[in-house]
Design a protein around this ligand. Structure first.
Ligand code: ATP
Ligand code: MG
Length: 446
């Protein structure tokens, strides 16, 4: 009798998985990368469980090409290390193994994680902060523990290499078919545990063209402020994903809709709130549109440029303020850039190369109208000239009265194309290695 109760309790806590056999789903091994298959098969042949998890299963079910392949297993990191010479254990909070295949641009990294214990760990209450946020998350578990700590139901599906079935504990398959973003478990609790999940819900809704279901959506506005507790470096990583995945415009609009943008870019939100419909909004939207367009055409984009656009209005406001106090334009730009950037990095810490890029693009703006003597010849050899000119174009698109200036610089560049080319050549040879450029994923395999 006692054991019946035990069993009943266990089945309430851990609902049974729905196993969708190979003939009832569309995931084919032909669409899984060779590297991921090697990892899955070797783990499986060594007697471990091995599943494809997360975004890759979701994307394969949707007929999209996954960005990368993540694997989950019951093998512990050391056991994984022993099976793969080309692997490295990473992470402090929770140890993962990265398995490397290929070299250079062609390199593929398969991330393998050991099943984690349930997300609220009763045996170790110290694993949670006072507010319920997870601060420790390093207990191994089984697949049916692991599934409940995942964020969205569409990200919580497992593809089993043993029989090619999809294992669904959380109704993720139904949500994929319905185009629905739903948090696993109680959304409020899950946001408190990790506020970044609010950003992830929005990001995936936009990327997949899904709707956030009401219960998942409802707490966001009220809990947006929890993002202030997140380390600034982690928020920056999320910002890059939000604005460099080809859906920057929609991400921006949705983030604003849910009150999340204000937490990421408080200075910008303050200006947008007072100037709704005016220039700033337009410049930003144009910049984000350009970004999406470039990514769609497989052209590189630099985070520094987007940053320059995102922070341009607060920047302008300060410049006006400093100039009203008697500063020279050049000095005002410099001071304003310092202030705007230092305020921003308190929220989203960014590598210096990106803030420096934005700073240079801004500081070129007051130099572009000064066209006397040899100045323009010098200016077009400036390593950021092209970005500065592109930014000027944006300002024109946004309705600023700089059309004539744009035309002048367009003509000047044409007339001095040789000088431009030689400047570009020096720029390329001296190109700092650190200007990382976001790339679009490879074309889907047919
Ligand atoms: P993509 O790689 O396409 O951006 P993804 O779903 O693979 O999407 P990752 O950030 O690579 O996203 O995370 C892998 C998986 O880990 C997710 O699918 C999800 O199951 C889980 N996960 C990631 N971040 C969180 C989080 N903050 N809370 C809970 N689960 C998470
Ligand atoms: Mg992933």
């Amino acid at each position: 009798m006692n054991s019946d109760i035990q069993t009943a309790k266990v089945s309430v806590l851990k609902p049974k998985a729905r196993v969708i056999s190979r003939e009832h789903h569309c995931i084919s091994r032909a669409n899984i990368s060779d590297a991921a298959l090697k990892v899955l098969n070797r783990l499986s042949n060594a007697g471990f469980q091995a599943y494809l998890v997360g975004g890759s299963v979701r994307d394969l079910l949707l007929g999209r090409e996954p960005k990368d392949f993540d694997v989950a297993t019951n093998a512990h990191p050391e056991q994984i290390r022993e099976l793969f010479r080309n692997s490295r254990i990473i992470g402090r909070r929770f140890r993962l193994v990265h398995i490397h295949y290929g070299r250079g641009r062609e390199q593929e990294v398969i991330e393998v994680s050991t099943f984690r214990g349930s997300h609220v760990n009763d045996a170790d209450p110290a694993g949670e902060s006072l507010e319920g946020r997870i601060i420790r998350d390093n207990v191994y578990g089984t697949i049916d523990d692991d599934v409940w700590r995942r964020d969205l139901s569409v990200n919580a599906l497992f593809y089993n290499i043993k029989d090619f079935s999809v294992v669904d504990y959380v109704g993720g398959m139904e949500d994929i078919l319905a185009g629905r973003i739903r948090m696993v478990g109680d959304p409020t609790e899950r946001y408190i545990e990790d506020p970044v999940r609010m950003l992830r819900a929005v990001r995936f809704a936009v990327k997949l063209g899904f709707r956030i279901e009401p219960a998942t959506e409802a707490p966001i506005q009220k809990q947006a402020h929890l993002l202030r507790e997140i380390p600034a470096a982690r928020l920056f990583e999320e910002v890059l994903k939000l604005f460099l995945s080809g859906y920057a415009v929609q991400s921006f609009e949705q983030l604003r809709h849910y009150g999340l943008f204000a937490e990421l870019f408080p200075q910008t939100e303050a200006v947008l709130a007072t100037q709704e419909g005016g220039f700033p909004h337009t410049l930003l939207i144009h910049a984000l549109e350009n970004t999406d367009k470039r990514l769609a055409e497989n052209m590189p984009v630099t985070p520094g440029f987007i940053l320059a656009a995102l922070l341009w209005e607060p920047m302008q406001e300060l410049v006006r303020e400093y100039m009203a106090k008697g500063q020279h334009e050049h000095e005002a730009f410099k001071l304003a850039a310092d202030v705007v950037i230092s305020r921003q990095i308190a929220t989203t810490a960014m590598p210096r190369r990106f803030s420096q890029f934005a700073r240079e693009v801004w500081q070129l703006q007051p130099r572009l109208p000064r066209r006397g003597g040899k100045r323009p010849h010098r200016l077009i050899t400036h390593p950021r000239f092209r970005a500065g000119y592109d930014f000027l174009l944006l300002r024109a698109q946004a309705g600023e009265n700089v059309e004539e200036l744009v035309q002048w610089w367009t003509d000047f560049q044409e007339e001095n194309s040789e000088l431009m080319a030689s400047a570009r050549k020096t720029k390329t040879t001296h190109r700092p290695r650190h200007v990382r450029q976001a790339r679009r994923p490879r074309k889907p395999k047919s």
